[in-house]
Design a protein around this ligand. Structure first.
Ligand code: FAD
Length: 332
């Protein structure tokens, strides 16, 4: 079944993990272990990020190839178009199609930081919705010129980004209208940027539905176990980390790293459970290339199997059990 159909299937929530191209040989070693551990849990798909600055584009492709060849899990390849010519974007799409990628997350990407004179490529693809259309055109042409491709191969699965909590200054006006434009261009589902409050997600979904957006909006959830990382993410995305969360993590730090981990997992699990209970089609977990926190979070949200206590919505860190059963078993 295609990734788009899995995410649209109301029978059960999907579970997926976001991976990042490694930046050093040591990070690559760690990533291979993470891929093995996460793949062993039977997720619905991995997604692999794509560097906007050009520094990680080939490592993204290598990681996509590795996951496709060493695991049975489908890959959603992130693809940005900012700063590239149309021909370069088409070349990258064809590369991915050649190695068997059938699912993409179509993004504009961010212009390079600290370059006020930066101009978009004169012959580039300006917006994510244009990339959604281009992906479909390239796939049709590629099919016509690649006789070896399976005849029963269905259409691409195309995801786009959604922003439930980013401040308007970061996103510009009309975020929901932009999402609608992405849907009209052919997007099958959206994955959200980080958010910390369930009502940010539910309000965004309600506004999107009111505007005519019908595609599934898959919440992106982070294990909130590293306050420094949360603050760096705040700098990158403009999504403020709630002070109460930071205070709880700070208080937990007095009891050591395990207490910080437990508190961060509890916060992520509570958020995950709340959005699922509100009807979210699944969870897309930002792994930061480590599996323990991602799997602890899912167990905390009752998606990882094992005898894990329900997240205590009122107070108190709790300890997760081992990751014993597969996610897929636990979801059924
Ligand atoms: P767009 O939808 O093109 O929006 C860009 C701007 O154009 C916005 O201001 C929007 O308001 C405006 N706009 C777009 N369409 C229209 C329209 N039809 N009418 C009017 N205005 C319009 N970045 C990376 O570099 N690599 C990654 O791998 C990556 N992965 C990500 C994964 C997720 C889940 C998310 C949420 C973000 C990710 N990003 C990644 C960051 C993303 O590329 C940036 O947030 C980027 O600034 C916006 O991308 P977009 O796809 O929303 O662009």
């Amino acid at each position: 079944m295609s990734v788009a159909r899995l995410v649209s299937d109301p029978a059960r929530p999907t579970i997926s993990f976001e991976l990042y191209p490694p930046r050093s040989p040591a990070a690559a070693e760690q990533l291979l272990r993470t891929v093995d551990a996460l793949a062993g849990c039977g997720p619905d798909f991995f997604s692999v990020t794509y560097g906007a600055s050009g520094s990680t584009r080939s490592t993204s492709r290598d990681l996509v190839r590795h996951v496709l060849t060493s695991t049975p899990v489908p890959v959603v390849a992130h693809l940005t178009c900012v700063g590239a010519s149309r021909a370069e974007v088409i070349g990258t799409v064809r590369d991915y199609l050649d190695v068997g990628v059938r699912s993409f997350l179509a993004l504009r990407g961010d212009p390079p930081a600290g370059q006020p004179d930066w101009q978009p490529h004169p012959d580039g693809v300006a917006r994510a919705c244009d990339l959604v259309e281009l992906l479909q055109v390239v796939d049709r042409c590629h099919r016509a010129t690649s006789p070896d491709r399976p005849v029963d191969e269905g259409p691409l699965s195309i995801a786009v980004a959604a922003f439930p909590a980013a401040p308007p200054v970061q996103r510009g006006a009309g975020d929901v209208e932009v999402l609608l434009a992405k849907q009209r261009a052919g997007a099958d589902f959206a994955i959200t940027q980080v958010f910390y409050e369930a009502h940010d997600y539910t309000r965004h979904v309600a506004a999107a539905r009111a505007a005519g957006v019908t595609i599934p909006l898959l919440p992106g959830i982070i294990p909130m176990t590293d306050p420094g990382r949360l603050l760096r993410l705040q700098g990158l995305t403009g999504v403020a980390v709630p002070r109460a969360l930071l205070a709880r993590l700070e208080a937990a730090a007095e009891h050591g790293p395990a207490a910080v981990h437990a508190e961060g997992i509890r916060a992520g699990a509570v958020l995950a459970r709340r959005v699922l209970d509100a009807g979210a089609p699944g969870l897309h977990v930002y792994t930061f290339n480590t599996h323990h926190a991602a799997l602890d979070l899912l167990e905390g949200a009752h998606l990882g199997g094992g005898a894990v206590p329900a997240p205590d919505l009122a107070s108190g860190p709790w300890v997760t059990a081992s990751h014993s059963t597969t996610l897929r078993q636990a979801q059924h």
